[in-house]
Write a protein that binds this ligand. Structure first.
Ligand code: SF4
Length: 219
């Protein structure tokens, strides 16, 4: 699909078409992490770095039975915590971050996970991606989650030409209506896993192919 230079308005219309088509394919897209409150989602998201959601979901029931809420995480003994989260990888770093961010939540936010981007990213070990997962998944606040799937697919769709996650987030904010940010994020994860795979995108079964400048069916 060779295109002439696309105007911003045309790109917005194309993005809206992509969102509509993705909704048809993934009507119930949401995070695959299991949680029962914002703090649990925050912890699960920290553990999900460099790990599958499936593995995290195996670990968190045990973890949340032992440590209930930010107060108990803040007082956790690191070796005990590390023993439980070890299967998720990078467990020393993750345990350090979980204890530190829990202390921040207890000391600065009365043991309640904040619901604003600026407060979330001020927690130790929390970046924009994690903050957006919490906003989108637990607080129903629009957020664009720029993970590896989003970096790849947003570029293939030419909604951005950036590799830096913060720049990609801003490019997507420009073309997507705010109310679809979260759904788009969750749908792109599913699309990346099932269709627009990293090595070999399955363009022949892709239902957003006609709006995708990178479709391999064109060549
Ligand atoms: S057409 Fe191909 S490259 Fe484009 S989004 Fe679909 S699978 Fe990915």
């Amino acid at each position: 699909m060779k295109r002439k230079r696309e105007t911003k308005e045309e790109r917005k219309r194309r993005a809206a078409s992509v969102v509509r088509a993705l909704r048809n394919r993934y009507p119930d897209a949401t995070t695959a992490l299991t949680f029962s409150n914002p703090f649990e989602l925050l912890v699960a998201t920290v553990l999900a770095a460099q790990c599958t959601d499936k593995k995290v979901n195996e670990v968190t029931p045990v973890l949340f039975r032992k440590y209930k809420g930010p107060g108990e995480f803040a007082r956790a003994r690191r070796p005990s915590l590390e023993k439980i989260i070890k299967p998720t990888g990078f467990f020393r770093n993750k345990s350090r971050n979980l204890v530190a961010l829990s202390k921040d939540i207890v000391e600065k936010h009365g043991a309640v996970v904040p619901d604003k981007m600026e407060d979330l990213v001020a927690l130790r070990g929390v970046g924009r991606k994690t903050a957006n997962v919490v906003l989108a998944g637990a607080y129903d606040t629009p957020g664009i989650i720029v993970d590896t799937h989003m970096i790849r697919i947003a570029n293939r769709l030419r909604f951005t030409r950036e590799k830096d996650p913060v720049k990609i987030e801003h490019d997507l904010m420009d073309v997507l209506s705010r109310k679809v940010w979260s759904d788009f994020s969750f749908m792109i994860v599913l699309h990346g896993r099932e269709v627009c795979k990293a090595r070999k995108p399955l363009c022949h079964i892709c239902n957003i192919e006609k709006w995708c400048p990178s479709s391999e069916l064109e060549s």
